[in-house]
Design a protein around this ligand. Structure first.
Ligand SMILES: C[S@@+](CC[C@H](N)C(=O)[O-])C[C@H]1O[C@@H](n2cnc3c(N)ncnc32)[C@H](O)[C@@H]1O
Length: 269
């Protein structure tokens, strides 16, 4: 679409993929072709007529809240509604983490949840894992814990939007402070913080039981993929939790040769 409008060299610098979150588009526009943003915006709008805001990424996902830095190149309203597996999520990528790319992963996990399970979602963000689980499965209870107050506001709103108040609850705070005070054991725990989840494995001691399933996300180099099962099992063992690794699955790319992996593990007493 940009042929004839930008030079071949400029076209080579345009990123081929971008993320569409509801009616907000997130794209990388390198500084060298920023003066061509009008043409790039026009090309996106020609294909995606519903788009109301286009954000240029100016800083990577960073910090404890895992929010990237953006500047608008079109429009300005950053709050939007995303549809996923029959759920609706109010999100604002400038305030709280949300990734469309993980929607398949959320469905994969929800499909494993059995009737009557108690599920804990650490690092719950705006609530996509807990809410998709509550909508697609029949758990007894899903508790989500989240530190970023802006994400918690959206999470509360999303519980109401999806009418899952009976099943899903949110606790605002640091998992380090909250998890030790949670009563009872969980049948399933989701740990979607791939950059730091290993620092929180110790919290699960006493919160899981024989047969509990843990979905543990981690960023790892491709080089160790074939040993990942063993590495994950050892990490849990170091904290006094014996596990069988049921599955290791690549579920995204983080950097060259570094991927996001999920390990589904079963607790063995
Ligand atoms: C990668 S995001 C995942 C969010 C959500 N699960 C999703 O998939 O959209 C990680 C989330 O964990 C939150 N977080 C980071 N450290 C935390 C902690 N110690 N306790 C609770 N939440 C934390 C961040 O604010 C962020 O929203």
């Amino acid at each position: 679409m940009l042929k004839g409008k930008l030079s071949d060299e400029e076209i080579r610098m345009v990123r081929r993929s971008f993320e569409i979150i509801g009616d907000v588009v997130i794209i990388d526009i390198p500084d060298e072709i920023l003066h061509r943003r009008k043409e790039i915006v026009a090309a996106i709008l020609a294909r995606h007529k519903h788009v109301k805001t286009i954000l240029r990424k100016v800083g990577e996902v960073d910090g404890v809240y895992r929010v990237a830095k953006y500047e608008p190149v079109y429009g300005g309203e950053t709050e939007t509604i995303v549809k996923e597996h029959g759920c609706r999520f109010a999100v604002d990528p400038t305030k709280a983490y949300y990734s469309v790319k993980l929607s398949g992963e959320r469905e994969r996990i929800a499909r494993q949840v059995r009737k009557g399970e108690r599920v804990l979602v650490m690092f719950a963000g705006v609530g996509p894992y807990p809410i998709v689980i509550a909508k697609l499965a029949r758990p007894k209870e899903v508790i989500g814990i989240e530190l970023n107050p802006a994400a918690v506001d959206y999470f509360r709103k999303n519980i109401r939007l999806n009418k899952v108040e009976e099943v899903v609850s949110v606790i605002e705070g640091d998992v380090e402070d909250v998890v030790p005070g949670l009563p009872g054991k969980f049948d399933r725990v989701v740990m979607p913080a791939p950059y730091s989840a290993e620092n929180f494995i110790h919290l699960l001691k006493g919160k899981v039981t024989d047969g509990s399933i843990i979905h543990y996300y981690t960023f790892e180099s491709e080089n160790i993929e074939n040993r990942l099962s063993e590495i994950v099992a050892r990490k849990f063992r170091e904290h006094g939790i014996n596990v069988d690794v049921i599955k290791i699955k690549k579920c995204g790319n983080f950097a060259p040769y570094v991927n996001r992996y999920v390990a589904d593990v079963e607790v063995k007493f």
